[in-house]
Design a binder for this molecule. Structure first.
Ligand SMILES: Nc1nc2c(ncn2[C@@H]2O[C@H](COP(=O)(O)OP(=O)(O)OP(=O)(O)O)[C@@H](O)[C@H]2O)c(=O)[nH]1
Ligand SMILES: [Mg+2]
Length: 334
């Protein structure tokens, strides 16, 4: 019995041109250390992989034969971050996502620097960003959610921000247009902001959610695995575990896209190597003086650029270390 068509699963020309008969595609719906689950035309299948499973992301398209993955198809978008710990490795979060919903709540979680970081990740992945401000119903000042929503829309070009109550079905229905047939929406953000609450509203599932802690309003990291689920609107949703601290990986393009306003201003500075601190003729300082630009935005941009440089340096160090190890192994074999 056929449960899905490839189009139902989000298949498109981009993937069709990568395979030829008799290859059979399936879409990755879950990844564990030991294997992956995928959605095929007749339902969910368990697959083993020739590569470590960390090479696959929820949302990926693969081809398979029997119970073995034969090929990973080139992605349209890759949502990835720098792995936790002292490593330059990239950790995959999701793949082939059309819209990335950056979820934050109208409480202490709202933080422009954090949102810019997520927006840079989204831009470097090539996905379309959405900022979702949950818990609008809990705001102590009724005007605050709208103020935060408008602020979120100023943090990068072409960002749409929505404020809502994730527990209210009519509010959640506003997100259905981003996860209709063939469309994939991923939810990302800190723990406790309401990602799974949104997922449950959009899919009709009843996955565990948990109240945030009373003392610091932080979440309890209730969701522990990424999963691809079908929405009531006929599309796909990827819920993800809460992120403690997002570190960007290889995100220079994304940072440039988010801070396009500052880059445009920097071209107007008198000196091409202006540091935007004290030089005469600095267009950024002028914009600050005229009240057109928040000086904190400049500071946040510089911080992300510095972090990106440091990431490049540590990736290079990692690469060199791996090359040295490789050379030693080769020598040992002689
Ligand atoms: N009043 C209200 N409560 C909400 C809203 N969104 C989420 N909550 C509550 O906030 C708590 C955390 O929600 P979850 O959906 O578990 O959060 P999460 O982002 O999935 O958290 P992790 O899985 O830990 O990453 C739950 O008690 C939800 O009921 C909202 O918009 N309004
Ligand atoms: Mg959750």
């Amino acid at each position: 019995m056929t449960l899905f068509t490839l189009e139902d699963l989000g298949w498109s020309e981009h993937f069709a041109q990568q395979i030829s008969p008799p290859e059979t595609p399936a879409r990755v719906s879950g990844v564990t250390r030991n294997g992956i689950t995928a959605l095929a035309l007749n339902g969910t299948i368990a697959l083993t992989t020739p590569l470590p499973t960390g090479f696959y992301a929820v949302g990926d398209w693969v081809t398979y034969e029997g119970a073995l993955v034969t090929r990973l198809l080139e992605r349209t978008t890759t949502i990835a971050r720098r792995a936790v710990g002292d490593t330059a490795a990239r950790q995959l979060i999701a793949a082939n996502v059309d819209h990335l919903a950056i979820v934050t709540s109208c409480n202490a979680d709202f933080n422009p620097a954090r949102l810019e970081r997520y927006l840079a990740l989204c831009a470097s992945a090539g996905a379309r960003p959405l900022v979702i401000l949950t818990k609008a119903d809990l705001a102590s000042d009724a005007a605050e959610p709208e103020i935060l929503r408008q602020m979120a829309e100023t943090l990068a070009p072409n960002v749409m921000a929505m404020k809502l109550n994730a527990k209210d079905p009519s509010d959640v229905a506003r997100l259905a247009e981003f996860c209709q047939k063939g469309q994939t929406l991923a939810l990302i953000g800190s723990s406790g902001v309401g990602k799974t609450t949104l997922q449950n509203g959009l899919t009709g599932l009843n996955e565990a959610t948990a109240a945030i802690r009373d003392d610091d309003a932080k979440g309890r990291h209730t969701t522990t695995a990424r999963a691809l689920r079908q929405t009531l609107a006929g599309g796909w949703l990827i819920d993800t575990p809460g992120i403690r601290e997002l570190r960007l990986s290889d995100a220079y393009d994304g940072i440039e896209a988010v801070f396009a306003d500052l880059i445009a201003l920097s071209h107007l500075c008198k000196f091409s190597d202006c540091s935007h601190v004290h030089e005469p003729g600095c267009a950024m300082q002028k914009a600050v003086e005229e009240g057109q630009l928040d000086p904190l935005r400049i500071a946040r941009w510089k911080k992300l650029l510095a972090e990106d440089l440091e990431n490049d340096a540590s990736s290079l160090r990692l690469q060199k270390r791996q090359n040295r190890k490789g050379n030693k192994t080769k020598k040992g074999k002689k």
